[in-house]
Ligand binder design. Structure first.
Ligand SMILES: Cc1cc2nc3c(=O)[nH]c(=O)nc-3n(C[C@H](O)[C@H](O)[C@H](O)COP(=O)(O)OP(=O)(O)OC[C@H]3O[C@@H](n4cnc5c(N)ncnc54)[C@H](O)[C@@H]3O)c2cc1C
Length: 387
């Protein structure tokens, strides 16, 4: 793990930075204002092979680990972009790599690597059950060689910029399983085929420029070969993806954190009020220094989570703690950055308010800070279950 910190992956950083430099602040600002999708940016990342980092070489990818993937995501955010537009493909493909059949891997992974297909969506959250995932009500019932899906999902991101989605549904009723985490399964959904033949997509306008949707399933039929892994074991599989997602998002928050620190340090050094730079005041320096310390500490936990994940070891605690620390640190850095920009922090042309909105999301999604605290209390410290 310490080796990762010292190694720092300079070659990957330099290459991703060079690509990101072609998409400066104005590009991301305009996309945000228009509530658009950074198609050219995601395309360039795909063509350069970065979106195929986690795909093994025999399927056309570069066979890198989560550690390297996290460096790619960090650099995108550090350069002023928002990995939220495309990070889904990274953790979703990992679910397919680890749990998909050989036939599925051969059929799909080379097309993801080439950019012919995108697998950017994961449908887990439901409106009536929220974080209580094992209680989801969407069902998949086997009929002949197909599964019939009925139910509803909410906050499902990038559906309109994806060809495939991983969907979690209950295949055995809750009342018939020993443990509530049993009887759930994951499926690959062909989005274009599903739209209009059993799946309805309703976009949710939201605070961030983040394409996210309500989904309604009314007798959507999925071929049985689209079941990933064994029926009933989907919750276990989805957790692998969630650990990857949390760790990658930790890295994105670290990238955001450094972006805020760079911007605010430069601004407070140049901005003069009362005849001297505002950064000369310790009341200004300390919150910046404090959030920098927290980002550096979060970075260590991020590398620890990545190292465990890449070694195939359990990393639930570390992935959650990395996400908690990094999201908190980037939020503190965002607050210092907007505060010390004074009124200019609110002007769109400084990009601070955009990044401020973007990084705020990670206190709630993909898992809220409270639920991480609850996980650590129960699963790491062995405290009594609260739910
Ligand atoms: C922009 C955006 C994109 C998203 N993208 C996706 C996606 O692509 N796929 C997907 O499946 N989901 C997605 N989500 C959903 C996201 O994962 C959930 O919003 C998040 O997990 C919180 O669930 P909830 O909104 O149902 O909140 P709830 O479960 O209703 O909880 C609300 C709040 O109550 C508190 N809380 C709840 N239970 C407890 C408890 N037991 N103890 C203490 N506090 C508690 C927490 O603070 C929590 O923030 C997205 C959400 C957003 C906002």
């Amino acid at each position: 793990m310490l080796q990762h910190v010292e190694e720092d992956f300079q070659d990957i950083r330099d290459a991703v930075r060079a690509l990101c430099a072609q998409f400066p602040d104005e590009y991301h600002r305009k996309i945000d204002e228009a509530r658009g999708y950074p198609e050219d940016f995601v395309d360039a990342l795909t063509k350069a092979g970065w979106m195929a980092a986690l795909i093994p070489e025999q399927y056309g990818g570069s066979g890198l680990g989560l550690t390297e993937a996290s460096v790619i995501m960090e650099e995108i955010n550090r350069a002023g972009g928002n990995s939220g537009a495309c990070h889904g493909q990274m953790y979703n493909m990992n679910t397919l790599v680890r749990h998909g059949s050989e036939e599925q891997r051969r059929r799909i992974l080379p097309k993801l690597a080439s950019g012919e297909l995108r697998l950017q969506s994961m449908g887990v959250t439901e409106p009536t059950t929220g974080t209580d995932t094992t209680k989801i009500k969407t069902t998949a019932v086997k009929k002949g060689d197909r599964y019939v899906i009925n139910g509803q999902k909410v906050w499902i991101s990038r559906v309109q910029h994806s060809d495939l989605m991983i969907l979690l549904a209950r295949t055995t009723p809750l009342s018939e399983v020993k443990k509530k985490s049993e009887g759930l399964s994951i499926f690959l959904v062909d989005i274009k085929e599903a739209m209009g033949s059993g799946m309805e997509v309703r976009p949710i306008p939201n605070m961030v420029n983040h394409e996210t949707n309500e989904l309604f399933f009314d007798n959507l039929e999925i071929p049985e070969e689209n079941l990933i892994g064994e029926e009933g074991k989907g919750f276990k599989y989805i957790l692998t993806g969630l650990n990857a997602e949390r760790t990658l998002i930790a890295a994105e928050c670290i990238g955001d954190g450094y972006w805020f620190i760079d911007r605010v340090s430069k601004y407070v050094t140049e901005r003069e009020v009362f005849g001297r730079p505002i950064g000369q005041n310790q009341g200004v320096q300390f919150p910046i220094a404090e959030s920098y310390i927290e980002i550096e500490a979060a970075n260590l936990m991020r590398y620890r989570a990545c190292a465990l994940f890449d070694e195939g070891k359990p990393c639930g605690a570390e992935a959650n703690m990395a996400k908690y620390l990094a999201a908190k640190a980037s939020w503190e850095a965002a607050n210092a950055c907007i505060q010390f920009h004074g009124g200019f922090g609110f002007a769109c042309e400084y990009d601070v308010e955009r990044k401020f909105r973007e990084t705020r999301l990670y206190q709630v999604a993909p898992i809220s800070t409270n639920l991480i605290l609850s996980y650590v209390a129960e699963h790491v410290l062995g405290l009594p279950r609260s739910f």
